[in-house]
Design a protein around this ligand. Sequence first.
Ligand SMILES: C[S@@+](CC[C@H](N)C(=O)[O-])C[C@H]1O[C@@H](n2cnc3c(N)ncnc32)[C@H](O)[C@@H]1O
Length: 369
Amino acid sequence: MRFFVTAAKGTEPALRDELRELRLPRVRADRGGVHFEGELADAARACLWTRVGVRVLLELASFEARDADALYEGARAIEWHTWMTPRTTLAVRATCRSSQLTHSQFVAQRTKDAVVDALRDRFGARPSVERDDPDVGISVHLVKDLATLYLDVGGASLHERGWRGAAGEAPLRETLAAAVVRLSGWDRERPLVDPMCGAGTIAIEAAAWARRLAPGLSRERFGFERWATHGDTERRGIAGLRAEARAAALPGGPEVYARDVDPKALALTERNAAAAGVTLVVERRDVRDLEPRVPPGFVVTNPPYGERLDASFDLYDGMARALRAARGHTVAVLAGSPALGRAMRREPDRYWILYNGPIECRLLVYAIA
Ligand SMILES: C[S@@+](CC[C@H](N)C(=O)[O-])C[C@H]1O[C@@H](n2cnc3c(N)ncnc32)[C@H](O)[C@@H]1O
């Protein structure tokens, strides 16, 4: 079986490394995600363990679809009855890029018609659409007139780990935060500090990764557990994988510090960390007061970037001064504005272009000698 795990733009290398570490077969990075091949049990493992991946998709078919009829015929030819019955609910999502068909909603609608018609022909009854919590999630990716149809193995966006309460100011998605921590080069042994932690996403993802806490364990059931193919053997298989994941958790990890000037942000961080089952050192402190209280390790952070750049200037200048003085640290800054990089007054040793939703950001990594 061929699978494709989607990821935020720019985070594909982090996801590729993560899936290789999970020893999934034939891992290959591509635009927007990473391919691998294997059994459904491999995809179940990916759902349980990926921190960077957003959706784990099973490829069903790929065909040329220059117009609506070709899309409909191609989709209808798939043996949907393998996965679904008239009692399974479904939802279709679509994305289009560089294709003659440009309206993703229309593409989703025509695909849905094809699935429903195919099942009605087979069973004499049609399944219904359930947008919010479908039994079977179908994804269509249309790229250069090539349609690829997938089933959503996880059943939902995997960035939801079940620990986030109310979001703070501009929180990062958990999957992006996990990618940032990985790309920073952190070894999961030295201390890590996020001096502008907001709701704590970076610190929590770092601590959970260090403790080998499987992010998918919080999910009651994955998409594939609601497919028509899910029988006793499969039930035993996923129960075994969940037990293995629970047993893999380490009791402790390195110190992870979460700091912010805003007490409300720190309260959120405390609550989120408790819900995620990780321990952080939560402290109210100004980023400009970073050095020398942190033992050498990693500083990974996502500073605010706003419209009021003059107001940010003092902050950026002071922050950059503190970060440049953090001798022996590796500093990774997810910068949504070029002003931040300029304030550092030196080239980063490495950088990545990542997308925080539609916002192009740079992850700037500096080894401070
Ligand atoms: C973009 S948010 C961080 C969001 C965080 N990554 C998350 O996922 O929730 C930036 C944070 O920087 C904090 N902040 C602003 N000025 C600060 C300063 N001088 N020292 C420390 N934190 C500061 C804000 O309170 C805010 O929580």
